[in-house]
Design a protein around this ligand. Structure first.
Ligand SMILES: NC(=O)c1ccc[n+]([C@@H]2O[C@H](COP(=O)([O-])OP(=O)(O)OC[C@H]3O[C@@H](n4cnc5c(N)ncnc54)[C@H](O)[C@@H]3O)[C@@H](O)[C@H]2O)c1
Length: 417
């Protein structure tokens, strides 16, 4: 029998309530959806199982889904990213939550606890919930209407399952929606470099920042680091993305050369072993390392531990590794998503967009119930447009619209003379 919840400390609830309240005040798009959901109850009678970073913004999302009629059951998608006060506040509101910060050993047990509630929809961040359902809880797959995946790495994993004919439920790639990737991956993670480094409060100006990978997450990180006066070097394995970085004005080097100059190294590739022992050997004293990719596989913590003679925790989630020659390297967030671990994740204004996509995607899954094949699907354009329109309205920004003549023109092949 699954317990109703498993969290760190229920007495943290009042602090969590304030935190969710503050986040909601910066999430006007999701609030509009919540108001409509309250009237229409599109999720009535459904159980939604969610594996997400348990942050204040996730609190606003699950409240929205609940107002829409769903029972929501939640676990954390990363052992270090749970905000314990938020988890407590949600339990007080009646949600089943299985998450606490530092939960490494029972991470998968918590996922199983969510699946034990027999969810109709799975909302995932990294695909652990959907993968475990396929491996350990096959009996519930037939009943599941569909899944929704929040991040690039999760979508990549699900596409591999699809290629292997192993994916048994339709999944919507929320990550790939323009209203998610263009803002969350880019601007959210872009601000993430600054958030992560806040733990050390060091100057960017004049420093050399190495950004590994040049996907949407890294576009934001490179822009923000350059904006703060850093010299940015990009490393890539994809020639098109490498060329894009060159044309955006960055130096592009192999990691082995880049690390020699680095003051800070940020990884966001979704790939393993991007920064390992041979790179640590070449780094300068004082180099700071942080990963912003989904899993803690990009920077080898194992190599750092083996190569250093002393490890010291010098701040919250800041570890100093001292080598036998006296060189010190600093790792943020234990090599896990540093922006989430060190500063609680993307700003609420960004999650307003990502979680609006999640809420409307849940509604879309119900509307298209039994019509979608078991594969990875994209979010309909209409959802992106609706969210962008509302977000602009809430920002008091108006835009032009096509005149009747312009509309007729763009639909015809008429050309000027
Ligand atoms: N920190 C956050 O808050 C946050 C937010 C969104 C996404 N993510 C995660 O960040 C990661 C990147 O997301 P994205 O949307 O930018 O992905 P992406 O796949 O579009 O970009 C990753 C880039 O890294 C490159 N790459 C792969 N292996 C490499 C290697 N060994 N060396 C150098 N480059 C390499 C790829 O060619 C690609 O261009 C994913 O794991 C994603 O899930 C994190």
């Amino acid at each position: 029998m699954t317990s109703k919840y498993q969290i760190k400390d229920i007495d943290l609830a009042p602090q969590g309530e304030n935190s969710i309240y503050l986040a909601e005040s910066r999430m006007p798009t999701l609030v509009r959806i919540k108001q409509r959901f309250a009237q229409e109850k599109p999720l009535q009678g459904l159980t939604i199982g969610a594996c997400l970073h348990v942050t204040r913004e996730t609190g606003v999302l699950v409240q929205t889904l609940k107002v829409g009629g769903a029972k929501v059951v939640l676990c954390g998608s990363n052992p270090l990213s749970t905000q314990d006060d938020v988890a407590a506040a949600l339990v007080k509101e009646g949600f089943n939550v299985y998450a606490w910060s530092g939960n490494d050993s029972e991470y998968y047990t918590c996922i199983m606890s969510v699946l034990d509630h027999d969810p109709d929809i799975l909302i995932d961040d990294g695909a652990d919930l959907i993968v475990i359902a396929h491996k350990e809880k096959k009996s519930i797959l037939e009943k599941i209407i569909g899944g929704q995946e929040e991040t690039t790495t999760g979508v990549n994993r699900l596409r591999v399952m699809q290629e292997q004919n192993a994916l048994k439920i339709p999944v919507i790639a929320v990550n790939d929606a323009s209203m998610k990737t263009m803002f969350d991956n880019r601007y959210g993670t872009g601000q993430g470099v600054v958030s992560a480094i806040k733990a050390l409060n060091i100057l960017f100006a004049g420093k050399t920042v190495v950004v590994a990978g040049y996907g949407p997450c890294s576009w934001g990180m490179a822009t923000r680091a350059r904006g703060l006066g850093a010299n940015v070097i990009v490393t890539e394995v994809n020639p098109v993305r490498a060329l894009e970085a060159v044309m955006d004005g960055y130096r592009v080097l192999p990691m082995e050369k880049a690390v020699i100059e680095a003051d800070m190294v940020f990884t966001s590739t979704g790939c393993k072993d991007v920064v390992v022992g041979k790179h640590f050997e070449k780094m300068k004293d004082g180099t700071i390392l942080a990963n912003l990719g989904h899993f803690n596989i990009e920077i080898s913590v194992k190599d750092l531990e083996e190569m250093s003679s002393k490890t010291k925790r010098i701040g919250e989630y800041v570890d100093e590794y001292t080598f036998s020659n006296g060189k010190r390297l600093y790792l943020l967030g234990e090599g896990r998503l540093a922006n989430l671990v060190v500063l609680g994740g993307h700003p609420s204004e960004i999650m307003d967009l990502s979680f609006s996509v999640q809420a409307l995607t849940a509604e879309y899954l119900i509307k298209t119930r039994d019509k979608l094949e078991p594969k990875v699907h994209t979010v309909p354009d209409k959802i992106n447009e609706e969210i962008a329109k509302v977000k602009l309205e809430t920002m008091n920004i108006t835009i032009d619209s096509l005149t009747e003549e312009q509309e007729a023109y763009v639909k015809s092949f008429e050309i000027g003379t």
